[in-house]
Design a binder for this molecule. Structure first.
Ligand code: NAD
Ligand code: TYD
Length: 334
């Protein structure tokens, strides 16, 4: 049995990743190290918490002392832990530097001190900046982050690369496009739109709504990361994308139509500062070298996602009334 240390496993992608691993692979056990920030929610993992191959450890990756409490026999480290919301980074960037950069550095130091098979940094296409109408991001596109979130993720990527080159930490970096699916914190566009539409509240669309994102279902992302874990060549960067480019306004309209809600809920609001116009991922490398490609059809995936939020209103209510944060207080009390 091999051991995967997942950081940030109580968040959106991390929790879906853990569920994916435990239900599809017998040969791995998972340790989830998470600080349960506002974005961390252990109820995302309710169905696996009694699984003997799963263990939760409460801790902050930007605090070096946490690593003394971790078991030494770790085979893989996958770093999902991050501050992940662009709008928050525009308000207050310091915590992005602390968690995303210092936290990654601490993990790399820990990886050096124990001998691991692979370190995977879960990065983002946002490190490449913004595209005009044409072209796509490839792994050789220059890093050109435009907001504090993407700047912190790009910095972390540079540290990962430097620890691979200097200290021979066996690492891969994955850079994925916008994810959607169950358990996404309702500050991000898709769950925010669903939640507000269900409550007949206005949907804020930034600027003129023509910004484009390239969406991928979170399960396809999870499978991409496992593909890199098992087959990725040490030292390489792999882009992961869904091949589903859509303007924000059309995405919002499509969700409203599905929920039978009127388009006049849409409210065009002031644009995000430094708003990246378009993201699009060229994922030929992971497809050609590692035989991965996205499987989930966007229309079907979006329909199922909207249905999931409708079926899990309590999950959203617990976030809205703050009751999901109570569990964190228990960990602080010890
Ligand atoms: P999220 O905000 O939903 O979850 C982040 C998790 O990290 C939470 O569980 C939180 O408690 C934990 N965390 C935060 N600070 C921590 C700390 N100091 N120590 C330990 N745990 C901490 O984020 P997400 O959307 O699941 O994204 C996960 C990763 O994937 C991030 O690194 C993000 O940059 C990357 N990514 C996200 C997307 C996307 O569309 N959401 C796309 C590409 C890459
Ligand atoms: P978001 O889900 O925050 O992801 P990211 O900024 O990482 O791409 O936003 C997706 C797109 O939707 C982005 O172009 C900003 C836009 N957006 C809105 O128009 N309104 C909103 O309320 C939010 C949260 C995002």
């Amino acid at each position: 049995m091999e051991t995967i240390l997942v950081t940030g496993g109580a968040g959106f992608i991390g929790s879906n990743f853990i569920r994916f691993v435990l239900s599809n692979f017998k040969e791995y056990q998972v340790i989830n190290l998470d600080f349960l920030t506002y974005a961390g929610n252990l109820s995302n993992l309710k169905d696996v918490e009694t699984d003997k191959k799963y263990k939760f450890i409460f801790g902050d990756i930007s605090d070096k002392k946490i690593f003394e409490r971790l078991p030494k026999n770790i085979d893989y480290i996958i770093n999902f832990a991050a501050e992940s919301h662009v709008d928050r980074s525009i308000q207050e960037a310091g915590i992005f530097l602390k968690t995303n950069v210092l936290g990654t550095l601490n993990l790399l130091e820990h990886a050096r001190s124990i001998s691991i098979k692979k370190f995977i940094q879960v990065s983002t296409d946002e490190v490449y900046g913004s595209l005009d109408e044409t072209g796509k991001f490839s792994e050789t596109t220059n890093l050109s982050p435009n907001n504090p979130y993407s700047a912190s993720k790009a910095s972390a990527d540079l540290f990962v690369n430097s620890y691979h080159k200097t200290h021979e930490v066996p690492a891969n970096i994955t850079r994925c496009s916008n994810n959607y699916g169950p358990y996404q914190f309702p500050e991000k566009l898709i769950p925010l739109t669903i939640m507000r539409a269900l409550n007949d509240q206005e949907i804020p669309v930034y600027g003129d709504g023509t910004n484009i994102r390239d969406w991928i279902h979170v399960e396809d992302h999870a499978r991409g990361i496992m593909t890199v874990l098992q087959k990725g060549k040490i030292g390489e960067i792999y882009n992961i994308g869904g091949g589903n480019e859509i303007q924000n306004i059309n995405l919002v309209k499509s969700i409203l139509s599905q929920l039978n809600k009127p388009f006049d809920l849409i409210s065009f609001v002031e644009d995000r500062k430094g708003h990246d116009k378009r993201y699009a991922i060229d994922f030929r490398k992971i497809h050609e070298k590692l035989s991965w490609s996205p499987k989930i059809d966007f229309k079907k995936g979006l329909e199922n996602t909207v249905q999931w939020y409708k079926n899990n209103i309590d999950w959203i209510r617990n976030i809205q009334d703050g009751s999901y944060l109570k569990i964190r207080e228990q960990f602080f009390k010890g």
